[in-house]
Design a binder for this molecule. Structure first.
Ligand SMILES: O=C(O)CCC(=O)C(=O)O
Length: 268
């Protein structure tokens, strides 16, 4: 990671301490075209943009077909590529072959917005213990306002996940990831409550309105919100979860991991 690039010192410090930073990944026009591509796919399933009565998730998902479209393979600003160069090193990452999994949530009938309980991280946190090697990108295709279904993320959690992993014995590291995750969430009351489906009282106040010290790091849930084409570059070891959409328009985002390659850079 270098200060030579679009991210300034403050951005880099935020990514290091909190685990996320906002950048622009697509132009607003490309984001709109990506959203239209998703609607065209949904319309084949009878889910019509102009008719909220048809807005329901269909079991097949949309990712596979839209990811093959030109816009999903090509959209990326030069600034975004420069950000990834800055973080992972020029020549040390391959531009992904598409822009990732489509995340969409239609408005949900709920009394109020709340913090979900199914949290996870991606990849192998041991790779990110001493330096950032894996990033996970959340992009906004539609405008996503608070309580509009934007992914939620635990600020600071990459430190705790990486610390937990680095203290596991070789035998524990051999366990299935599912079991390691169970062990992790059982390791502190705050994490246990965050993921407890029966925990329902004042979750926003306890998990979002203030930080709590968990294993030496201040943790807090933040909601990712933004405008079409904006994106959060996050540490892949940061805890995140789907969220609820209690507004009246669908949320469309994409998620994609990018990893630093182990091979030496080829800058020719
Ligand atoms: O739907 C969401 O916002 C959550 C996405 C997510 O957890 C993931 O892509 O790993």
């Amino acid at each position: 990671m270098t200060t030579d690039g679009p991210l300034n010192k403050q951005d880099l410090e935020q990514l290091r301490t909190r685990g996320y930073v906002k950048v622009r990944a697509f132009t607003a026009e490309d984001a709109a075209e990506m959203e239209s591509t998703i609607w065209r796919r949904l319309e084949r399933e009878g889910v019509l943009q102009d008719d909220p009565a048809t807005w329901r998730k269909y079991p097949g998902g949309v990712s596979r077909s839209v990811r093959n479209s030109r816009i999903f393979r090509e959209a990326m600003t030069a600034e975004f590529a420069a950000v990834v160069d800055q973080l992972l090193g020029q020549g040390r990452w391959h531009p992904p072959k598409d822009r990732g999994t489509v995340l969409y949530t239609f408005p949900q009938q709920r009394e109020s917005w709340d913090i979900a309980t199914d949290w996870h991280w991606h990849g192998n946190p041991l790779r990110n213990v001493d330096q950032l090697r894996d990033i996970f990108i959340f992009c906004f295709l539609s405008k996503v306002d608070p309580e509009g279904g934007g992914t939620v993320l635990v600020e600071g959690s990459h430190h705790v996940v990486c610390k937990f992993y680095s203290e596991l014995t070789p035998q524990q590291l051999d366990l299935k990831v599912k079991h390691i995750k169970q062990k992790f969430f059982a390791s502190h009351t705050w994490l246990r409550n965050l993921t407890n489906k029966r925990d329902s009282e004042d979750r926003r106040q306890r998990f979002m309105d203030k930080s709590t010290d968990v294993l030496g790091h201040p943790l807090r849930v933040v909601e990712l919100t933004g405008d079409p084409g904006e994106a959060y570059v996050t540490n892949m070891s940061a805890l995140h979860s789907r969220s609820f959409n209690v507004l009246n328009r669908p949320r469309f985002m994409t998620a994609k991991g990018i990893s630093q390659s182990d091979a030496a850079p080829n800058l020719e």
